[in-house]
Design a protein around this ligand. Structure first.
Ligand code: NAP
Length: 266
């Protein structure tokens, strides 16, 4: 049985680790990364890197490599690959499960301003603060390039290119982060507003706690839509259970149940 995990997330790596630990006889796991990060943390199993070439390319890859199960464990803000996976899985008749960590929810004391896109976030920003902690990633930096008033502390995994805001400092780092570290960062740089995507997960959540403690406004960019009709689970363990179930039953791929243990409602 061959499982393809579309990855680039902590959860994808965790799923690969869980499957490796189970040592299911005859189970082959391939992890797929887009290749955006030069030194990615590599999961156990086989690894392939780079785009497939759209829906057709992915469907062809599934067929050529006799993939039996597909898990889309990509980031909630990877807006294209999830839809490609849904279309390609339908074309190649491969059962598909989406693994998506739940979004964050505001708690008492939070001063959140929701934005539908990075462009919307940039539009509301000048009214909220002058010293911005921007954590939305290097590829979306162009949306803030027209803002010459605020100063930005831009935290990214890889160095960002152009276009970029004229007044900014880059901090190269990658999670997990701690509340203590985030608190200190906000203090040292006299940050008065935070901008984040609703990425969810524990690794990057401490900045929200630190902002709440400091009474800072937070611009939260909402997630793009997920493809309809694809079963979704929130935990790597649930996705591992789906694979285990299919493996144990030794059913032909087209008879693997598409209903996961729990379905997340959005
Ligand atoms: P995207 O807009 O959904 O994807 C753009 C293209 O990149 C896809 O059409 C596909 O190319 C290729 N691609 C994406 N994920 C892939 C994967 N796992 N394996 C092989 N090809 C992949 O995604 P993105 O926002 O550029 O993100 C790229 C990757 O970084 C994703 O895998 C995601 O999990 C990870 N990531 C993204 C974010 C974020 O905020 N967007 C944050 C953390 C990690 P083809 O059409 O040629 O197949």
């Amino acid at each position: 049985m061959h499982v393809l995990i579309l990855g680039g997330t902590t959860e994808a790596r965790r799923l690969a680790e869980l499957l490796a630990a189970e040592r299911l006889p005859g189970l082959r796991v391939t992890n797929s990364l887009a290749g955006r990060v030069s030194a990615p943390r590599t999961p156990p199993g086989e690894l392939r890197v780079g785009g497939f070439g759209g829906v057709e390319g992915l469907a062809a890859w599934l067929r050529e490599h006799t993939v039996d199960l597909l898990v889309d464990a990509t980031h909630p803000f990877a807006g294209t690959i999830g839809f490609n996976a849904a279309d390609a899985a339908a074309t190649a008749r491969v059962p598909l499960l989406a693994l998506r960590r739940p979004g964050w929810r505001p708690v008492e004391g939070d001063r959140w301003h929701e934005a539908g896109s990075l462009t919307e976030a940039a539009a509301v920003l000048p009214a909220l603060g002058r010293r911005v902690f921007l954590t939305t990633g290097r590829l979306g930096l162009a949306a803030f390039a027209g803002l010459s008033g605020p100063w930005f502390l831009v935290r990214t995994v890889e160095a960002p290119g152009e276009p970029r805001p004229p007044r900014m400092e880059v901090l190269l780092d990658r999670g997990p982060f701690t509340v203590g570290g985030e608190r200190e960062l906000l203090r040292r740089h006299r940050i008065d507003v935070l901008v984040t995507k609703d990425s969810g997960g524990a690794a990057t959540a401490p900045k929200l706690t630190a902002a709440r403690e400091a009474g800072l406004p937070v611009v939260v960019v909402r997630r793009p839509p997920v493809p309809g009709g694809v079963p979704v689970v929130a935990e790597p363990g649930q996705a591992a259970g789906w694979v285990r179930e299919a493996h144990a039953r030794r059913l032909p791929p087209d008879q693997v149940p598409l209903t996961p243990p729990r379905r997340r409602s959005r």
